[in-house]
Design a binder for this molecule. Structure first.
Ligand SMILES: Cc1cc2nc3c(=O)[nH]c(=O)nc-3n(C[C@H](O)[C@H](O)[C@H](O)COP(=O)(O)O)c2cc1C
Length: 185
């Protein structure tokens, strides 16, 4: 696929086929994705990959948090299980973790570079017919999730990427043409 078409047609995918994604392919795509620009070459990222039963650790953490957050005591268990199920519907989850540099300037550069890696990865995956959504839910940096997947002090979860073969691709949300956002000097 032509790069221009790939960029324009990639969508965030929320619903996946019940079909595994080849872990070796994902690692190969990540290996290309890390060729993102990165000031100071800090390469602050690492990836935690959950597939099959491995997803249960994340689903359990999600259930735990959502049970706690449910205000109606009668609904706690039901709400927890609903969120557990939502996580388990994703064939694969890649947690993108970034080392948090103590200096704000470097931390911001590192976040930008990590975002570039994520977008590289999502374009490479799309080219292979694989969809994903970058999730930043409220519990992403809750202790229960961090402990479940082994995120260390001084590390930040930048996102959970829900990955799979798309069952449905959402319609594109229109973009304001860049030409309307340009100031010429
Ligand atoms: C930093 C970041 C965080 C995001 N977090 C979420 C999220 O928590 N939940 C979600 O459904 N989509 C999330 N998205 C996806 C956006 O909602 C999506 O990119 C946007 O709606 C445009 O749709 P498109 O990617 O299909 O073009 C996130 C995207 C970015 C870049």
């Amino acid at each position: 696929m032509e790069l221009k078409q790939l960029i324009r047609e990639r969508r965030s995918v929320h619903v996946f086929e019940d079909r595994e994604v080849d872990p070796a392919l994902v690692v190969e795509l990540l290996d290309t994705a890390v060729w993102a620009p990165n000031h100071r070459m800090t390469q602050p990222w690492r990836f935690i990959i959950a597939a099959g039963d491995g997803r249960k650790k994340i689903a359990d953490a999600c259930r735990n948090v959502n049970e706690r957050w449910e205000r109606d005591p009668a609904k706690k268990q039901e709400t927890g299980m609903k969120y557990y199920g939502k996580i388990m519907k994703n064939p694969m989850i890649v947690t993108v973790v970034m080392k948090e540099n103590p200096y704000l300037q470097v931390r911001e550069e590192d976040y930008a570079a990590t975002a570039a890696v994520i977008h590289n990865f999502s374009l490479l995956a799309w080219e292979q017919g694989i969809g994903m959504v970058w999730e930043t839910y409220e519990w992403l940096n809750e202790a229960v999730f961090r402990e479940a997947v082994g995120i260390q002090p001084g590390e930040k979860a930048v996102g959970n990427l829900h990955i799979g073969y798309p069952k449905a691709v959402p319609a594109a949300e229109p973009r304001i043409p860049a030409s309307e956002r340009i100031t010429w000097l």
